[in-house]
Design a protein around this ligand. Structure first.
Ligand SMILES: Nc1ncnc2c1ncn2[C@@H]1O[C@H](COP(=O)(O)OP(=O)(O)O)[C@@H](O)[C@H]1O
Ligand SMILES: [Mg+2]
Length: 243
């Protein structure tokens, strides 16, 4: 097999892959893969296919890690559902891809950009943080972690009274699960802080908000919230009247 790197596939709509799926459209790309909306030829069902760049998926390690983790977390409603995996030959490389449920919605990044002032009202941001904490709590409760929580890995399915979210992508760290869970908590607080407008608007945030963000100081925040469940309970019990 050639060892040169591939950083884009550029599959066009209508292309058939692995004789089973037809490419509908490009959905996005990240560090390790390109992701497409595909349709299963036999059933007409829409799916998402993540095509790994071979240099980011040596011996299928990334695909196996992701597939096994999605399977282990299949009962957590915030996690996308794994379907199957397959491979194709592309420019003489064997390219593996992971098929999962297709989540309709928009990336949190895009959602935030569309808001007036490109930021959320504190109450709305609390709803976002609550949905995230509740979703990630399910992952932490089985001793697992996400490992790469940021606004390009969160899909907003709908916003009503609260947020309906799905998370994609996961990252394998070599640290102990305990420290990875703490990193997830700090990532959640960071997402909340950024959704509120970041540093530029932080000084004027109400004290209830600052009590959660803790100025992004890890030691302070982690003393209060050592898992997503702790954060979820804190939000449920907090007083809203000054917001
Ligand atoms: N299930 C999905 N539904 C819709 N878009 C998706 C889905 N999975 C991935 N994407 C899009 O593809 C991009 C890259 O996918 P991701 O799994 O995060 O790959 P990477 O590990 O390379 O970051 C995402 O940021 C998003 O835009
Ligand atoms: Mg990603």
């Amino acid at each position: 097999m050639p060892t040169s790197t591939i950083d884009s596939f550029n599959f066009h709509p209508g292309r058939i892959v692995a004789r089973k799926y037809v490419i509908e459209r490009f959905l996005g790309a990240g560090w390790e893969a390109e992701v497409y909306l595909v349709r299963e030829c036999a059933t007409g069902i829409e799916r998402t296919a993540k095509f790994f760049f071979p240099q980011r998926n040596i011996k299928d390690k990334s695909l196996k890690f992701y597939a096994r983790k999605l399977h282990k977390l299949r009962r957590c409603p915030i996690v996308i559902q794994y379907s199957t995996q397959d491979s194709i030959i592309y420019k003489k490389h064997s390219i593996s891809f992971l098929v999962s449920e297709f989540v309709e919605g928009e990336l949190l990044t895009e959602h935030l950009k569309r808001q007036s002032g490109k930021r959320l009202h504190p109450f709305q941001a609390l709803h976002l943080l609550y949905a995230l904490a509740k979703g990630i709590e399910c992952i932490h409760s089985v001793g697992e972690y996400h490992g790469d929580l940021h606004s390009d890995n969160i899909i907003v399915q709908s916003v009503g009274l609260g947020y309906n979210l799905k998370i994609i992508d996961m990252f394998q760290w070599i640290d102990t699960p305990g420290s990875n869970i703490k990193s997830d908590v700090m990532d959640l607080i960071r997402i909340f802080y950024d959704a509120l407008g970041g540093q530029k608007h932080y000084a004027k945030q109400p004290p209830e908000i600052k009590a959660i963000c803790c100025g992004l100081k890890h030691s302070l925040a982690l003393k209060k919230f050592n898992s997503a469940g702790k954060l979820r309970r804190y939000i449920e019990d907090m007083q809203w009247d000054k917001l």
